[in-house]
Write a protein that binds this ligand. Structure first.
Ligand code: IPE
Ligand code: IPE
Ligand code: MG
Length: 239
């Protein structure tokens, strides 16, 4: 289905996620520095957010930086944290503050390895958009699925309540988001790398060999069309 037809499909996913992978390899293959790959990846990301919004998909999660990514060389970590994400947040502010877009940040922003100005501008953007109801954009920065689960457990212990699925979900970063229907991971790796382990229990997974900077509109349509052909049974029997 083309973009126009897809947009009208009643079975479109409500919440999709990108595991953006392959920026480094994309650059290396071209004899370029990894930072150039991250820069190209950011251009792809900005376009993809718009395609997803245009399709009418309500929620988008993006894996930007994992709790394990601190293990990369300091130079790369600094580039991502101090250049890329700082700019990304500023651009989101410019672009989305006056639109019906809510921005939440999954991940531990209170980590003291994150610069004060990055933390502040992320928290400020989340605060200023928290009343919006249209589209939810969820960049996951310093996000780890295990960390998220432990954080939820500790929150609930403090409340001293019995834990059920509903209240547990309410203690996750994604509490206000819809169920995660589809995860798209680029660049060939077929794993989740500590991304949304609770939320992905019944997500459909789509893997493509394309590195993230080469992931274009056609690739997105291919992934969504593939998703639409899946038979989501949720453990029941559905023809
Ligand atoms: C994804 O690309 C971006 C982040 C994880 C921040 P990579 O940097 O993982 O690129 P590869 O996997 O090394 O090619
Ligand atoms: C997963 O990609 C993390 C993000 C996309 C932010 P990685 O490149 O860090 O994952 P691994 O190391 O291949 O599992
Ligand atoms: Mg990678």
């Amino acid at each position: 289905m083309n973009f126009k037809k897809l947009k009208q499909s009643p079975k479109l996913p409500h919440h999709i996620a990108f595991i953006i992978d392959g920026n480094g390899r994309w650059a290396k293959r071209r004899g370029l520095a990894r930072s150039v790959g991250h820069k190209a990846g950011m251009e792809t990301l900005k376009k993809q957010i718009e395609y997803v919004r245009d399709l009418g998909i309500k929620n988008l999660s993006i894996y930007c930086f994992s709790t394990e990514n601190w293990n990369r060389p300091q130079k790369e970590v600094d580039y991502l944290m101090k250049d890329m994400f700082k700019n990304m947040i500023d651009e989101f502010k410019q672009k989305y503050l006056n639109e019906d877009v809510r921005i939440i940040f999954s991940g531990d922003l209170n980590d003291n390895r994150i610069e004060e100005n990055v933390r502040k501008s992320a928290l400020d953007l989340a605060e200023k958009t928290k009343h919006k109801t249209g589209f939810i954009l969820n960049p996951c920065i310093n996000y780890g699925g295990r960390q998220e689960i432990l954080r939820a457990v500790n929150t609930l212990i403090k409340q001293g309540d019995q834990v059920d699925e509903k209240c547990f979900e309410g203690a996750l970063y994604t509490a206000d988001m819809l169920p995660l229907d589809l995860i798209i991971r680029t660049s060939g790796e077929q794993r989740l790398s500590n991304f949304l382990p609770w939320q992905s229990a019944y997500s459909e997974l789509y893997f493509t060999k394309k590195p993230w900077p080469s992931f274009n509109k056609r690739q997105l349509l291919k992934a969504i069309n593939n998703y639409l052909k899946r038979n989501r049974r949720f453990g029941a029997i559905k023809e």
